[in-house]
Design a protein around this ligand. Structure first.
Ligand code: NAG
Length: 352
C-alpha cells in the first residue's frame, strides 16, 4: 500500500472513532441558542457594597429574612448561618453537603431550604425535615429556589430534571428545557408539577397579591409569569425577556417591584459555539474540555429592578467584577439590598 492510502485510512479511522466516542459519550441533546445582545451602560454602583461576614460566608448563594427579622444565608460548606442584631454571624444549623441554594422564610419561624442534592427541606429549632425529594414519581434533581405562600403552599423550582448540580454546565450547553416549577402541598405533604419544560427553572417570587408567580428561566434570558388566581389561572406568559444576563434569584421588593440577579452564563467561546448543536455535543463528550469552558464565564455582577408590568426600572452593576461578582440574589430589606454570590465569601450590603 502507498503511504498516502495508509495515512488516509488512519485519518478516516480517527474521525470514525471520534464520531463513535461523541455518539456514545455525549450526555446532551443540544439545542441551538442565540443569546440576546447585551446593551446597557455600566455604572459600577455595586462596587460600593459593604462586605458582610467577609471570610465567614463561603459562596452564599441566597439570603432571606426570617420571621425573627434576622438575615439568613446558606453557605457552600453546608451551614445555614444568620446575623444577629449586633452584627455577629452565628453558625445556626448544619445541613451538610455542598449544594445548598435558595432560602425562604416560613411562617412558623423555620427556614425553607432548597438543597440541590436532597430536595426541599425545612429547618428550625425542631430539627430538619425533608419536605419533598420526589414529585409525581420522578426525583427532584436540582431544587433551586422556594417561596412560601400565605396558605402554607411552597412554590419551588427544580432547575433540571436531567442534570444535577455537579453537571449544571451540561444543562447550559444543552440549552434545552429540563426545568420544572413545583408546588408543595402542606396538607397532603407532597409536591406536584405546575410547569414543565423550562430552560433551567431558577428563582421564584410571588406577587404582592399572590395572584401570580414569577419564575426565572435562566437559559432563555427571561422570566415567566404563572397565574395562580383569576381568569388567567393556570396560564403562563413572558414577564420580561431579552435580559442583559441570565436571571437567577428573584425577590419581591417592599414597593411591589422585583429584584432580579443576572448571572453571566456567557463568554466569547460559549457565544461562538451556542448556535451549533454538533459542536456542543462533541464538547460535552469530553468532560475536561467542558469543565475548562465552564470556568471562562465573565465575572461581572448585575442586578435589575423590574416593576409589576415587566419594565426594567434600575440596573446596578459591577462591570468587571472588581468588588463583587457572579451575584445570584438581591434582597431588599429596610433600605438596603443584600447580595448573594457564588464567587465571593461575603454578602454585599448596598444602600438604596
Ligand atoms: C451578639 O448577639 C448574640 C445573640 O444575642 C450573642 O450570642 C453574642 O454573644 C453577641 N456577640 C457580641 C460580640 O456581642
Amino acid at each position: 500500500m502507498s503511504p498516502r492510502i495508509i495515512i488516509g485510512c488512519a485519518v478516516l479511522a480517527a474521525v470514525l472513532s471520534l464520531i463513535l466516542h461523541v455518539a456514545i459519550n455525549s450526555p446532551i441533546s443540544p439545542q441551538p441558542l442565540s443569546p440576546p445582545s447585551l446593551t446597557f451602560k455600566p455604572n459600577n454602583l455595586l462596587q460600593g457594597v459593604e462586605k458582610l461576614g467577609e471570610g465567614k460566608l463561603h459562596l452564599p448563594e441566597d439570603t432571606c429574612i426570617g420571621k425573627d427579622g434576622k438575615l439568613y444565608t446558606a453557605t457552600r460548606d453546608g451551614w445555614i448561618k444568620r446575623q444577629h442584631v449586633n452584627g455577629t454571624w452565628e453558625d445556626w444549623k448544619m445541613i451538610g453537603g455542598s449544594s445548598l441554594l435558595g432560602l425562604a422564610k416560613s411562617m412558623d419561624g423555620d427556614i425553607i431550604v432548597c438543597d440541590g442534592n436532597q430536595g426541599l427541606l425545612k429547618v428550625g429549632e425542631g430539627g430538619l425535615t425533608v419536605l419533598a425529594k420526589d414529585v409525581e414519581g420522578t426525583k427532584i434533581l436540582l431544587a433551586d429556589d422556594a417561596i412560601e405562600a400565605s396558605d402554607g403552599s411552597i412554590y419551588f423550582s427544580d432547575a433540571s430534571s436531567k442534570f444535577g448540580l455537579q453537571d449544571w454546565f451540561m444543562d447550559v450547553l444543552e440549552a434545552g428545557s429540563n426545568g420544572r416549577v413545583l408546588r408543595y402541598d402542606p396538607i397532603k405533604k407532597r409536591a406536584s408539577i405546575l410547569l414543565a419544560d423550562i430552560g433551567f427553572a431558577n428563582g421564584v417570587a410571588l406577587s404582592p397579591e399572590e395572584d401570580y408567580l414569577l419564575v426565572a428561566e435562566t437559559l432563555k434570558f427571561r422570566c415567566l409569569k404563572y397565574w395562580l388566581k383569576g381568569e388567567k389561572k393556570g396560564s403562563v406568559e413572558v414577564f420580561v425577556d431579552n435580559l442583559p444576563g441570565a436571571p437567577d434569584n428573584i425577590n419581591l421588593a417592599p414597593d411591589g417591584s422585583f429584584w432580579i440577579a443576572l448571572i453571566e452564563l456567557r463568554s466569547r467561546w460559549l457565544d461562538l459555539i451556542h448556535p451549533y448543536p454538533l459542536v456542543k455535543r462533541t464538547i460535552a463528550a469530553f468532560p475536561k474540555v467542558a469543565r475548562e469552558l465552564s470556568r471562562m464565564m465573565e465575572r461581572r455582577a448585575v442586578v435589575i429592578n423590574v416593576d409589576g408590568d415587566g419594565k426594567i426600572k434600575k440596573v446596578l452593576d459591577d462591570s468587571d467584577g472588581r468588588v463583587v461578582s457572579f451575584v445570584t440574589s438581591a434582597l431588599e430589606h429596610e433600605g438596603h439590598l443584600y447580595l448573594g454570590s457564588l464567587h465571593v465569601d461575603f454578602i454585599g450590603k448596598f444602600p438604596l
